[in-house]
Design a binder for this molecule. Structure first.
Ligand code: PEP
Length: 249
């Protein structure tokens, strides 16, 4: 049975004090849930978040990492550094990293390898742009993104992968994929993994949907059989909204 997950990507938001406040509100309001709940604060607030959530079931995860172990990479953070402060899961391939920081499939492949080498868990993000969907090329784009970064992995490595399908046109835009569009793509992703590996791996990997999930649309999206939860941006910055989304699963 695959895990259901609700993860909040806080991006470049929240000062130290604001992070502490949001974490304590979340801890206080966290409903009983079978789902894994994760939050990804900024780098400078990761250690504080790990310490604040020491006795909580909420997992603190990282928004990004470099593929090298250490060295002359100004401004970067390694897998070793994340694990050293108790962070075991990292988001790789977010569309903002791809679009604004030039992260190519080849770079992402190296990041995936580095995270796996450290036995970390990866939340791998991918998804098509609006033009791809308009031209009917969205399935090809998604298949290619998976193939380039993940399909050379050993079968066992898939136990450490969580997928987050995030159509770029739905991220931060207020426009959400319909539950049917999400289900259609998630089913396609499982089919693609079945072809590349096998049905067991395809059925066991959790596939989250991301893109303007809010309290008002979460339940319907999560009700789809191949949607195993969500990666939430904007709505995860407000405790009541994030908690409502967790309740929806
Ligand atoms: C995201 O950045 O992963 C995301 C889904 O953002 P939003 O929920 O704001 O669209």
């Amino acid at each position: 049975m695959r895990n259901q997950i609700v993860a909040g990507n806080w991006k470049m938001n929240k000062t130290h004090a604001e992070t502490e406040k949001l974490l304590s509100e979340l801890s206080a309001k966290l409903p009983n849930t079978h789902a894994e709940v994760m939050v990804a604060p900024t780098y400078v607030n990761l250690l504080g978040a790990v310490q604040e959530l020491e006795s909580s079931t909420i997992e603190v995860i990282a928004q990004n990492m470099h593929f090298a172990k250490n060295g002359a990479y100004t401004g970067e953070i390694s897998a070793d550094m994340l694990q050293d402060i108790g962070v075991e899961t990292v988001i790789i391939g977010h569309s903002e990293r791809r679009a604004y920081f030039g992260e190519t499939d080849a770079i992402l492949k190296k990041k995936v390898a580095a995270a796996l080498e450290n036995n970390m868990r990866i939340m791998f993000c991918f998804g098509e742009e609006l033009e791809d969907r308009k031209s009917g090329n969205h399935f090809n784009i998604v298949e290619n993104q998976l193939k380039e970064a993940l399909f050379e992995l050993e079968a066992e490595s898939w136990q450490r992968i969580v997928l987050a399908y995030e159509p770029v046109w739905a991220i931060g835009t207020g426009e959400t994929a319909s539950p049917e569009q999400a289900q259609e793509m998630h089913a396609f992703i499982r089919e693609t993994i079945t072809k590349a590996y096998n049905e067991t791996i395809a059925n066991e990997v959790s596939i989250l949907y991301g893109g303007s999930v809010k309290p008002g649309n979460a339940a319907e999206i999560f009700s789809k059989p191949d949607v195993d939860g969500g990666l939430i941006g904007g709505a995860s910055l407000v405790a009541e909204d994030f908690v409502a989304i967790i309740r929806a699963i």
